[in-house]
Design a protein around this ligand. Structure first.
Ligand code: ASP
Ligand code: MG
Length: 322
């Protein structure tokens, strides 16, 4: 299960996700993938640019905002024991943030390689925080760094996984934890080269992390938890009658993303498709919505619109009336 930035945007939302994970973990073995807290990646990118222009004020301000946002979650949701470990760790991460920004200021430059270490810091924070929140609720959980699992090439900023090595590492790293009934919480977005240099898989690529891991583990399903009801027939902000599509094939979703649908990262479908693993798009904030199931067009039904029955509960026009 992957949770996007909005789903883990603040303490209240993280608590909701923790509850959801706890409920679902009673029915299946889970691996959780998280994005950075909403807006954090943008903040990090802004800090990097500011630092390279020697705009110390801006990056220091970002540092304070990062500290506040994560500290607030920790203070509200963690047990005393967890807090005692997490808060000093958070301070260390912020020190890394400052060291990187000071470095960028000094050389007046950010290279794609050093940018990846900074831009993926948000996921390191959110994953560690989420695992600690789960433990505070009595659920066995451990954060795992995507940089130690997803082996990539060295196209910094838009790296591609080396699947054979990634699959082997995923299984070696995550299976023992799953078998011991723990829930790994993996940083989305992040990988590392064979030499261990941090890379990122591209903006919005935590979805990709989820399907890469799902495929490596032969997961039954990959669930992408987001802030929309599913894949829709059109952008509901532009088209009044837009509705959720309950089921769609891999091929159709690839076509839709080619034409600009953004509900799933463009590359994310491939690992799932290769292993015929269904991908479900679900709304974290509207659990009553069944969402969209993306799979092989196994049902053999025609692909025209007529096959889609409307999901009335999920129609945006109805939502406004609620
Ligand atoms: N946090 C990263 C981004 O904003 C990755 C993700 O959200 O999927 O691009
Ligand atoms: Mg994000």
């Amino acid at each position: 299960m992957k949770f996007g930035g909005t789903s883990v945007g603040n303490a209240e939302r993280i608590e909701r996700v923790a509850r959801l994970v706890a409920d679902c973990s009673r029915e299946a073995d889970l691996v959780v993938v998280v994005s950075a807290l909403g807006g954090v990646t943008e903040l990090l990118l802004r800090a990097a640019t500011a630092a390279s222009h020697r705009d110390v004020e801006t990056w220091k301000k970002v540092g304070r905002e990062l500290d506040e946002a994560h500290r607030e979650v920790a203070t509200r949701l963690l047990s005393e024991n967890e807090k005692a470990v997490l808060l000093p760790w958070l301070a260390l991460q912020l020190k890394t943030f400052e060291d990187l920004c000071s470095g960028f200021s000094l050389v007046r430059e950010v290279t794609p390689r050093s940018m990846d270490s900074l831009s993926s810091l948000g996921e390191a924070l959110s994953a560690t925080l989420m695992a600690a929140v789960l433990r505070s609720r009595g659920i066995q959980s451990q954060a795992a760094d995507g940089a130690e699992i997803i082996v990539t090439d060295d196209r910094f900023g838009n790296a591609s996984p080396l699947f054979e090595e990634t699959d082997a590492r995923t299984r070696a790293r995550l299976l023992p934890q799953i078998e011991a009934a723990g829930i790994p919480v993996v940083t989305g977005f992040r990988g590392a080269t064979r030499a261990g240099i941090c890379t990122t898989l591209g903006r919005g690529a935590s979805d990709y992390t989820a399907t890469i891991l799902g495929a490596a583990l032969d997961a039954g399903e990959v669930w992408i938890w987001t802030d929309v009801d599913g894949v829709m027939t059109a952008d509901p902000r532009l088209v009044a009658g837009a509705h959720v599509i309950p089921e769609i094939s891999y091929r159709e979703i690839i076509e839709l993303s080619f034409f600009g649908a953004r509900v799933l990262h463009a590359k994310a479908i491939r690992p799932a498709m290769k292993k015929n693993i269904p991908v479900l798009i679900r709304n974290t904030f509207r659990l009553e919505c069944p969402g969209t199931r993306i799979g092989p067009s196994a049902s053999g039904r025609p692909t025209g619109r007529s096959r889609h029955h409307l999901c009335f509960e999920c129609r945006p026009d109805q939502r406004q009336r609620e």
